[in-house]
Design a protein around this ligand. Structure first.
Ligand SMILES: [Zn+2]
Length: 336
């Protein structure tokens, strides 16, 4: 599979799993095109034209022409210059790495992170929050995130990749869309009664078992095992944490329990104030589920095996054989 097709398969899989639905994504791309067509001069020249086809600003090829053949990928949750050098060392030892794939964005993809946050408004609206409140509060939060990211030095990994001639790519929201859908569907199907049942449901997933072995397994942040879970909202995609003010709207829309990857103390205090239960599933383990599900889609599209070397918190667990034969292709490698 060529790098270009690997990238396209990741974007397509992300769009198929998007909480806005196919139509919502198309509508977003349409708006983007109109915006682009209305631009003039410099604003048009520096416009990220990739965003006319790919609705995920945080997902880009950061180094490479697109023509590279991809058979072996070094996959990690966070990739910096260190991991790029690691790929080069592996290459020196005879393990040629065709692509370094990060989950968290860097380079232009990190500068774009705020652009995907709007989708959180759609998720909240589906749970009864008025769309006007959701969009207004998410908009101000997205601007805050944009300001926070502005001063950063975002191109360290892509600069290292360029110097060493190693293709580099990041897939953030396409992967997060997968874990979001996977968990929300599990919760909707299993209908856990109590918070303890939600935790047990998570704990049955291999990536969370690995998370627990690393001391970062699912846990109840607010509430306790015997409390009723009520209406459960999984919140795992859309860039980064939303506006804490939305917790009040969520509570009044009847959401009783939030399942999140992580939560700041500020958000926690707000959730406590409005009596919302919170379960923290674990950051790196949740990101890993999303990347695994997305990689399964890419491998399916490739039609040939793609070898994955895992690093930087990521542990490969394929569900492809599970779907076909009821057997798993292997447990995540245990590290102690
Ligand atoms: Zn993450």
């Amino acid at each position: 599979m060529k790098l270009r097709d690997f990238y396209k398969a990741a974007v397509a899989a992300g769009m198929a799993a998007d909480p806005r639905g196919k139509e919502g994504v198309q509508e977003w791309l349409e708006l983007r095109r109109k915006k682009y067509e209305g631009l003039k001069g410099d604003a048009k020249e520096y416009f990220d034209t990739e965003s006319l086809e790919n609705p995920f600003g945080d997902t880009r090829i950061l180094n490479g022409t697109g023509d590279e053949d991809i058979r072996r990928v070094l996959v990690g949750i966070d990739i910096d210059a260190g991991e790029v050098v690691l790929a080069d060392r592996l290459r020196e030892r005879g393990q040629k790495v065709d692509l370094v794939l990060a989950h968290h964005p860097s380079g232009r993809a990190l500068g774009n992170l705020h652009e995907v946050m709007g989708m959180q408004a759609d998720i909240l609206a589906a749970f009864g929050v008025p769309i006007s409140a959701a969009e207004d509060l998410m908009d101000s939060r997205a601007k805050e995130v944009e300001r926070r990211l502005m001063p950063g030095n975002h191109t360290r990994a892509s600069d290292a990749a360029r110097l060493l001639g190693i293709p580099l790519m990041c897939t953030h929201t396409p992967a997060d869309n997968h874990v979001h859908r996977f968990l929300q569907e599990s919760v909707d199907r299993e209908k856990p009664r109590r918070l303890g049942d939600v935790v047990d449901l998570l704990q049955a997933i291999p990536e969370y078992q690995e998370g627990a072995r690393q001391g970062a397994g699912p846990r109840i942040l607010l509430g306790d095992r015997d409390r009723k879970a009520g209406k459960v909202l999984v919140s795992m995609t859309g860039g980064t944490s939303g506006n804490k003010k939305l917790l009040e709207n969520l509570a009044s829309s009847g959401v009783n329990t939030l399942v999140e990857m992580h939560m700041s103390d500020e958000h926690r205090d707000e959730a406590k104030k409005f009596h919302v239960n919170v379960i923290i599933a674990g950051h790196i383990a949740s990101d890993t589920i999303g990347m695994n599900l997305m990689l399964d889609s890419i491998v399916r599209a490739a039609g040939h095996p793609i070898e994955v070397i895992d690093c930087s918190g990521f542990v490969r667990y394929s569900r492809l054989a599970t779907a076909r034969s009821g057997k798993s292709t292997g447990k995540p490698r245990t590290r102690r």
